[in-house]
Design a protein around this ligand. Structure first.
Ligand SMILES: Nc1ncnc2c1ncn2[C@@H]1O[C@H](COP(=O)(O)OP(=O)(O)OP(=O)(O)O)[C@@H](O)[C@H]1O
Length: 634
């Protein structure tokens, strides 16, 4: 169906009402419409086309191309009413307006004639002619419009095709755009990753630079170490050459050492033989001297000066004379002097030093290491110097027999160690008071102090039950134990005045030696005894506890004399068990031992009686010859 404008008043009115948008242009046409409403139709048709296809026109507008030289431009400009009017104007090139176009050849004159002249009412023919002329004009005009309409349709089809193409193209482009957008989106992720990678790259670059710095430092270090290594290699090669020289020297020295070793072995054998010979000779000398010897020692006077009743011959150091001046009973005769002469193995005067005294007994102490039992005891009245002789004082020169003997024993043991001897020493220190034994090395509570008994084993070894037997390895340890014993003794003394004077103290050092290489062993005991004061009190003068003490002391000391006499007489029965002292010293007295007795005497005149008694007792002992000692060798 044609979309050409239908000539109707309704359409015209519609156009007219919309013309208000462009009233300026339409105003002349409206003026004409009052005179000739038919002339408005072409404009109305154009207007309708423009208003019904605005979208196509809008799409066409940017890409419009002339479809044909004339008329097509008019359609393309459809949306604009102003342009449409121009287009309409341009569609009538053959006339300057529709009126002219509607007046083909031959009618122009008539029209002009009619327009110029008004037909008379009666000129009906003329009026018909005019009407026919008008009709023809209108037909021509319709034809022209139809043609134009046809062209426009064709243009529209083309335009629609074009629009479809363009829509397709737009769709394609949109899809491309969306693809681009997706790509862009993907690229934004890549950008983030790129940023991350670049940040990592900068970090790695920093690390690399750090590593480079470190590498430089390490390189410098390596170079210095290489230099050092080179120096060391030089030194090493020098030392290697020195070493090879030294190795040669060492080989020579080893050879020399080997030959010297052989010599040493040979000399050791000779030494051992010499040592054994020395022991034999030493023992022979001791035997010749007697297995029991008595040394007398005179204490200096307390106030200084010389004793009048004691005489010690200057040329002789073995005799002592105790002189007593007896007043004349009548007073008419001169006073008489009675001399008591005694001789002993050695007599030490008041000036004799501790060192001098010890030198005389050191050979005896040596015998203890050779495997002989040795017993040394000090006998004498209270205050005669027994403790001074046995223990001495703290300072070096005043050291007595016990510390000096200990020193000698350990030094000699050390020397014998070079000949393959190994020794073990066990020390004990016991006190005998009122026939009761007391451990002087006890360190426990006083309330738990144990009681002790003397026991004798099958092989005649005497031991004390519950006594402290302390293993010692050096001199200082032993001296420490002696100090402890003295402390224990003095503690007991505070409760009983002068207790030490009335008790015997016995220090024993058990010695065991072995020469593994030569399969020789020896065992002995060194026994050093500080006896209780030997003074005798008249029975009438002593009472109670004191009497009991004195009885015990006298009993043990007299038993000591009895035992020594029995040994001297080679009695079958020796009454060792009669007192704790003799029972304890059993191992150190008798055939298998060497005994030394110190008889200490006080130089004071008022001690004359006790001195005489002591010298008599000692003399009796001195007369004894006890068997022949034999070393405890295995
Ligand atoms: N040879 C000596 N040289 C110097 N002083 C001595 C000598 N002998 C003993 N004395 C001194 O005499 C005093 C008594 O000596 P000591 O205590 O040794 O006698 P004691 O016989 O052991 O007496 P007690 O039986 O009471 O123990 C002490 O002061 C001691 O120092």
């Amino acid at each position: 169906m044609s979309r050409l404008p239908v000539i109707s008043k309704k359409r015209v009115l519609t156009t007219s009402s919309s013309s208000s948008e462009n009233g300026q242009d339409l105003a002349p046409a409206q003026k004409k419409t009052r005179k000739d409403p038919e002339r408005v139709k072409p404009y109305a048709a154009s207007t309708i086309i423009g208003t019904r296809r605005p979208a196509v026109a809008a799409i066409k507008a940017p890409i419009s191309r002339p479809v044909r030289p004339t008329g097509a431009a008019t359609v393309a400009a459809g949306p604009s009413r102003g342009v449409l009017k121009q287009s309409i104007a341009s569609t009538a090139p053959r006339g300057s307006n529709i009126k002219a176009a509607a007046a083909p050849t031959g009618t122009t004159a008539v029209t002009g004639g009619a327009a110029g002249t008004k037909r008379q009412g009666w000129d009906l023919k003329g009026k018909v002619t005019d009407m026919e002329s008008k009709l023809r004009n209108y037909q021509t005009k319709v034809k022209s419009v139809n043609q134009e309409n046809k062209d426009l349709k064709s243009m529209m089809v083309k335009s629609q095709t074009r629009v479809t193409d363009l829509e397709t193209s737009v769709a394609v482009q949109r899809s491309q755009i969306s693809e681009y957008e997706e790509e862009l989106q993907a690229l934004s992720g890549v950008r983030e990753e790129l940023d991350k990678v670049s940040s990592e790259k900068s970090t790695i670059a920093k690390q690399l630079s750090n590593l480079e710095d470190k590498y430089k430092v390490m390189e410098t270090l390596r170079q210095s170490q290489e230099t050092e290594l080179h120096t060391l290699k030089m030194k090493l090669s020098m030392q290697e050459s020195t070493l090879s020289r030294l190795q040669l020297t060492l080989r020579d020295a080893e050879e020399e050492v080997r030959s010297l070793g052989e010599t040493v072995v040979q000399q050791k054998g000779e030494l051992h033989a010499g040592e054994m010979e020395r022991r034999q000779l030493h023992n022979s000398i001791q035997e010749l001297k007697g297995n029991i010897r008595v040394f007398c020692r005179v204490r200096p006077l307390t106030g200084g000066g010389l004793s009048q009743h004691l005489q010690l011959p200057a040329t002789d150091n073995k005799t002592i004379t105790l002189a007593k001046t007896q007043e004349s009973h009548t007073g008419k005769t001169a006073d008489t002097q009675k001399n008591y002469n005694f001789s002993f193995d050695r007599v030490f005067g008041p000036q004799a030093s501790q060192k001098e005294v010890f030198e005389e007994i050191s050979l005896l102490v040596q015998s203890a290491l050779d495997g002989y039992n040795v017993c040394c005891f000090a006998y004498g009245q209270t205050g005669s110097g027994k403790t001074f002789t046995m223990e001495g004082a703290e300072y070096d020169e005043a050291r007595g027999v016990i510390p000096r003997a200990v020193t000698q024993i350990f030094r000699a043991a050390e020397k014998l160690g070079a000949q393959g001897w190994e020794f073990t020493f066990t020390a004990s220190f016991v006190e005998i008071y009122n026939e009761t034994l007391r451990d002087l090395l006890y360190t426990g509570k006083a309330s738990k102090r144990p009681e002790h008994e003397i026991r004798k084993s099958i092989n005649n070894e005497v031991t004390i039950t519950s006594l402290t037997y302390e293993k010692v390895t050096n001199e200082d340890q032993v001296l420490g134990l002696i100090m402890m014993a003295n402390h224990n003794r003095s503690t007991a003394q505070t409760s009983q005045n002068d207790r030490s004077s009335r008790s015997h103290s016995v220090f024993q050092l058990d010695i065991e030696g072995a020469n593994v290489g030569r399969d020789v062993k020896c065992k002995s005991t060194l026994c050093l005894v500080d006896l209780a004061g030997s003074e005798r009190l008249l029975k009438s003068q002593s009472q109670g506890e004191r009497f009991k003490e004195m009885t015990a002391i006298n009993s043990s000391l007299s038993n000591l004399g009895i035992v020594i006499t029995a040994l001297a007489n080679k009695d079958i029965h020796v009454p060792y068990r009669n007192s704790k002292l003799t029972y304890l010293l059993q191992g150190c007295l008798g055939g298998n031992s060497k005994t030394l007795m110190f008889v200490n005497i006080s130089p004071e005149l008022d001690s004359f009686g006790e001195t005489l008694n002591s010298l008599r007792f000692a003399s009796k002992v001195n007369d004894c010859v006890i068997g022949t000692a034999s070393a405890n060798k295995k």
